[in-house]
Design a protein around this ligand. Structure first.
Ligand code: ATP
Ligand code: MG
Length: 361
């Protein structure tokens, strides 16, 4: 997944955009109150939650309820761009600023001017970009790559993360000053297992949405299926629930969902849950988690899935090895040359005849 603002992004996936938000559980109602209370303020916000808890949806809601509601909402996934591109994506560039910059392009900050910029997976932002982001937030202006003219911007920043940023600060992966700047308004999205009262209303909601989308007659959940939904730990949270309902609809008989129609993979017991990210929680059975992640991706019917998986494998391994190609090769048991070629292909490494930025900032 790259840009979340693609006009047809939703049609490309099988997911439905929730127009009605489900916030039934008392924990969710508290959350809703907090969103409503924070929305009108101009403060930057940090949304923290496990994967699939609704971070993007909450960011959109925060935007809609703010005085910027009729201005642009621009969503960018910080982990989706190779390091060499993040800067020009965020801040824009002038024609000729670097090889391949054939025209002038506004960055995401300019695109969001007057509105809200949603930076998803902020923890993936390279450290040198964190410095630049901080400067933009402080000075309220951006300078496009290859230009010297600052452009004033009026953007509210909403960032999201599924890793514990405080830990990332301690580990030296995230700048403390940027952390405090984002931390002003902190919104924690509880995992689904901590808001059990939302499970059935969400399931009903997805059942109806997907029936409509597929042109099916209305379907219902059997009491046994409801029981199974309530007993599951939901490591993938609301997205997992949506996928489970979607799948069940495709296989159920007579418009009634039975327990056997719900393919749920239990990665751990709800009681063992912690507030940490999903990777830490599923650490005991990563093979199962991997398989489940693949199934979720297959269900999304993404184009170029193989390339996407390969890219993720190499990028993750390379970062795990702190940017050391030799170690990455050892980890994956392949030659360093293959590692280098793949890293170049996915843009993690500059090609040997490297793109040189002509501009001096
Ligand atoms: N309160 C809610 N009511 C209805 N649908 C919801 C709610 N919260 C989330 N969803 C749906 O669940 C899915 C996941 O939400 P979203 O993409 O916002 O999660 P996320 O936390 O950004 O996930 P990730 O960490 O994987 O990016 C979306 O299809 C969204 O529409
Ligand atoms: Mg998201």
């Amino acid at each position: 997944m790259s840009l979340l603002t693609h006009p047809h992004a939703r049609q490309l996936t099988k997911s439905v955009r929730a127009t009605v938000l489900v916030f039934e559980d008392p924990a969710s109602q508290e959350l809703l109150k907090r969103i409503e209370c924070l929305a009108p303020s101009e403060a930057n916000a940090l949304i923290v939650g496990e994967t699939g808890t609704g971070k993007e949806l909450v960011a959109r809601h925060l935007h809609r309820l703010s005085r910027r509601g009729d201005r642009p909402f621009v969503a960018v996934n910080c982990g989706a761009f190779p390091e060499s591109l993040v800067e020009s994506e965020l801040f824009g560039h002038e024609k000729g600023a670097f090889t391949g910059a054939t025209s002038t392009k506004a960055g995401w900050f300019e695109a969001a001017n007057g509105g809200t910029l949603f930076l998803d997976e902020i923890g993936d932002l390279p450290l040198n970009m964190q410095v630049k982001l901080l400067r933009v937030l402080q000075e309220r202006e951006v300078v496009r790559l290859g230009s010297r003219t600052p452009i004033p911007i009026d953007v509210r920043l909403v960032a999201a993360t599924n890793v514990n940023l405080a830990d990332a600060v301690v580990a030296g992966h995230f700048r403390e000053d940027l952390f405090y700047r984002l931390h002003v308004a902190n919104i924690r999205l509880p995992p689904l297992r901590e808001r059990l009262g939302d499970i059935l209303p969400l399931a009903e909601f997805f059942l109806e949405e997907h029936c409509q989308r597929l042109g099916y007659q209305r379907a219902t959940l059997s009491p046994e299926a409801e029981h199974k939904l309530l007993g599951h730990g939901w490591p993938g949270n609301i997205r997992e629930l949506e996928n489970a309902i979607h799948h069940a609809l495709l296989v159920c008989r007579n418009r009634r969902v039975q327990p056997a129609d719900l393919h749920l993979v239990e990665l751990r017991t709800p009681a063992s849950g912690s507030a940490r990210g999903p990777a830490a929680e599923t650490g005991a059975q990563p093979e199962v988690a991997l398989e489940q992640a693949l199934i979720a991706l297959f269900e999304k019917n993404l184009p170029n899935l193989y390339d996407h998986i390969e890219e993720t494998l190499f990028r993750t391994a390379y970062r795990f090895c702190h940017g050391n190609q030799l170690q990455t090769g050892r980890l994956l048991n392949i030659s360093r040359n293959i590692v280098r070629a793949r890293l170049e292909k996915i843009g993690e490494l500059e090609p040997s005849a490297s793109l040189t930025r002509l501009a001096v900032r």
